[in-house]
Write a protein that binds this ligand. Structure first.
Ligand SMILES: [Zn+2]
Length: 98
């Protein structure tokens, strides 16, 4: 519902699914990591880590990252019929995010 509400208002949506029951909504509040784009050939990956009973999203580098290089990770969206085109532009692009 919230995602549709943001779309109707033209607000970009920055949500991260933690598990089947929890989604972190960083649309209105969150750090710069919420702006990390998807890539089918990323230089980072994300992990949800439990620290003292509280879940955190941590972004790790997959390889050495050069200064000024855009950070990306694979969003790993579930496969759905309503496809979201991918514009990552890498040679390994799967053409869709889902
Ligand atoms: Zn792609």
């Amino acid at each position: 519902m919230r995602e549709k509400d943001y779309e109707s208002k033209g607000i970009g949506c920055y949500m991260f699914r933690i598990d089947d029951d929890t989604v972190i909504d960083a649309t209105m509040h969150g750090n710069a990591a919420r702006f990390i784009n998807h890539s089918c050939d990323p230089n980072c990956y994300s992990r949800v880590v439990d620290i003292l009973g509280k879940k955190h999203i941590i972004i790790f580098a997959l390889r050495r990252i050069l200064r000024g290089e855009e950070l990306t990770y694979d969003y790993k969206f579930p496969i759905e019929e309503d496809k979201i085109p991918c514009t990552c532009g890498t040679r390994r692009c799967r053409k869709y995010l889902n």
